[in-house]
Write a protein that binds this ligand. Structure first.
Ligand SMILES: [Zn+2]
Length: 439
C-alpha cells in the first residue's frame, strides 16, 4: 500500500526496545507503511521536507498494543451474564445464546464493535478465536486492523461447523484465502482440552507445522479442568498435550492459572507462550496466573483481554495495569512486573507469541508503522515524572488520540477513519434487542 510520507513528532517516544527507553525530540518517519527512519526533529525539515507533519506536543508515541487473546464477536454479549462461575456462565448463558444467534451477521456486527473499541483504545492487532473467521477477516480488512484470525476447532456443533472434521475443512479454506495478505494471518484455535479430541489435536499439530501457524488454546483455566481431564483421559491437560506433542513454541496457552513449580519449568523448557487475561480470570474466579514466576523463568507472557462477555472491556490499558498490580499482589513482591515489563507484555511479547515480532511490537526502523499516540496533558496524568509509569498506572484508553496500522492513520484526533461509528452503535443496539427476545 503506497502512502504519503509522514513525520510523526511526539513529545516522547517509547520504542519498547530497549525495554524502559524513553526518547525526546525524535520524529518517526513513515513511508509505505513502514518506519523509514527515526531522526531528531531538527532534521525533519532538511531530510523529509515533503513529509506530512503530525505534531503531537503533549503526547507519547508507543507501538500499537497487541491484544493477544480475544473473542471479538462476543462484544454483543457484553454484560449479558455476570457474576457466575465459568461453567455455569458458559453452559447456561453463553453457549445457548450462541447456539441461537451466532451467524455471519452476528459476527460482523460484534467484530465491528470490537474493532471500533480496540482501535480507539490504542490496540492495533488482535488474536481472535471465534466462529465465522472468514467474516472476522473481512471486517478487519475493511477496518485496516492487523489480526491473527483463529480457525476454531471444537467437538460441539455450531452454525459454523458440525464436526471437528468440518471445522478443519472450513478453517483450512479460510487460511487459504488469506495467504499473502499484508495484515491478516491465521492460527488454529482449538477451544480447550475438554472440548477437543486427541485426534483433532494430532491433526492440528501436523498441520500447524506445515502451515507455520500457532495453536491458540484455552489451557488450565480452572482447577475443574484438571479434575475433568484426569477422569476422562487419566492425565492432566499438560501431560496429555505433552504426550500429543503439542507443548512447544507454537502453543499459545491462554489463562494458565493452575501451574505448579514443575509446570512452570516445563512451560519454560518447551517454549510455550502464555497469554494472560487477568480481568477474565478474576471475574470468573478461575484462578491467578503466576505471571511473576513465569516471567522470572523466562517464559514469554503476553496480555489479552479475553472476550467482552467475561471482562467486560477490550481495554488493553486497563489490562496492563491489572497485570502489573496482580503480579505484585499475588507474588508478594512489589518489584514483580515493573511498568516497562507490563508494556512489553502488551506489545512486543504479544507480537512474539503471534510470530509477528519481526514486523510489529516495537518502534524500530524497518518495522511496520503500527503506532498509538497518547495525550498526557490531562489532570490524571500530570505531572510527568515517568512516562512509562503513566502509561501503565495512570493512563486511560480515552487518552489515545491517534492510531496508525501499517502506516495508515485509522484513528485521527479520536475519530475513527475506517469505521462508521454511528452505524456500529446502531447495530449494537439492534443486537441487544434481539438477544433479549424470548424464544
Ligand atoms: Zn477466551
Amino acid at each position: 500500500m503506497s502512502q504519503a510520507l509522514q513525520a510523526v513528532m511526539p513529545r516522547w517516544l517509547v520504542p519498547v526496545h530497549p525495554e524502559g527507553c524513553v526518547l525526546e525530540g525524535q520524529a518517526v518517519i513513515i513511508a509505505d507503511g513502514r518506519i523509514e527512519a527515526i531522526v531528531p526533529v531538527a532534521q525533519v525539515e532538511e531530510r523529509f521536507d515533503q513529509a506530512e507533519r503530525v505534531e503531537l506536543p503533549d503526547h507519547v508515541l508507543i507501538p500499537g498494543l497487541v491484544n493477544a487473546h480475544t473473542h471479538n464477536a462476543m462484544t454483543l454479549m457484553r454484560g449479558l451474564a455476570d457474576d457466575l462461575p465459568l461453567m455455569t456462565w458458559l453452559e447456561k448463558h453463553i453457549w445457548p445464546t450462541e447456539q441461537r444467534w451466532v451467524g455471519p451477521d452476528f459476527v460482523r456486527a460484534g467484530t465491528e464493535l470490537a474493532i471500533a473499541e480496540m482501535l480507539a483504545g490504542g490496540t492495533t492487532c488482535f488474536n481472535d478465536n471465534y466462529f465465522f473467521p472468514d467474516v472476522t477477516a473481512g471486517v478487519a480488512r475493511r477496518a485496516g486492523m492487523r489480526a491473527v484470525v483463529g480457525l476454531p476447532v471444537i467437538a460441539v456443533p455450531t452454525a459454523w461447523a458440525q464436526t471437528e472434521r468440518e471445522y478443519f475443512s472450513r478453517g483450512l479454506a479460510v487460511h487459504q484465502d488469506l495467504v499473502g495478505e499484508e495484515l491478516l494471518t491465521t492460527a488454529f484455535a482449538p477451544h480447550a482440552p475438554y472440548t477437543v479430541s486427541d485426534e483433532a489435536f494430532e491433526r492440528m499439530r501436523d498441520l500447524a507445522e506445515e502451515m507455520d501457524v500457532p495453536i491458540h488454546l484455552h489451557l488450565l483455566e480452572t482447577a475443574g479442568e484438571i479434575e475433568g481431564s484426569l477422569e476422562a483421559h487419566g492425565k492432566t491437560p499438560l501431560d496429555r498435550l505433552d504426550a500429543l506433542g503439542l507443548l512447544g513454541p507454537r502453543l499459545l496457552a491462554v489463562h494458565m492459572t493452575q501451574l505448579g513449580v514443575d509446570d512452570i519449568r516445563r512451560v519454560a523448557r518447551t517454549g510455550v507462550h502464555v497469554l494472560h487475561c487477568p480481568a477474565s480470570n478474576l471475574k470468573l474466579a478461575s484462578g491467578i496466573c503466576p505471571v511473576a514466576d513465569l516471567d522470572a523463568a523466562g517464559v514469554n507472557v503476553a496480555i489479552g483481554t479475553d472476550g467482552a462477555a467475561s471482562n467486560n472491556t477490550l481495554d488493553m490499558f486497563a489490562e496492563m495495569r491489572l497485570t502489573a498490580l496482580l503480579a505484585k499482589g499475588a507474588s508478594g513482591n512489589p518489584e514483580a512486573v515493573p511498568a516497562a515489563r507490563a508494556l512489553s507484555m502488551a506489545t512486543v511479547n504479544g507480537a512474539r507469541a503471534l510470530g509477528l515480532d519481526e514486523r510489529i511490537g516495537t518502534i524500530e526502523v524497518g518495522k511496520s508503522a503500527d503506532l498509538a499516540a497518547v495525550a498526557l496533558n490531562q489532570p490524571g496524568t500530570l505531572p510527568v515524572h515517568n512516562v512509562i509509569s503513566h502509561l501503565v498506572y495512570a493512563t486511560g484508553r480515552n487518552q489515545v488520540s491517534d492510531v496508525w496500522v501499517n502506516g495508515r492513520r485509522v484513528l485521527h484526533e479520536r475519530e475513527l477513519e475506517t469505521l462508521d461509528e454511528s452505524e456500529v452503535q446502531r447495530a449494537a443496539h439492534q443486537w441487544a434487542a434481539r438477544l433479549s427476545e424470548k424464544e
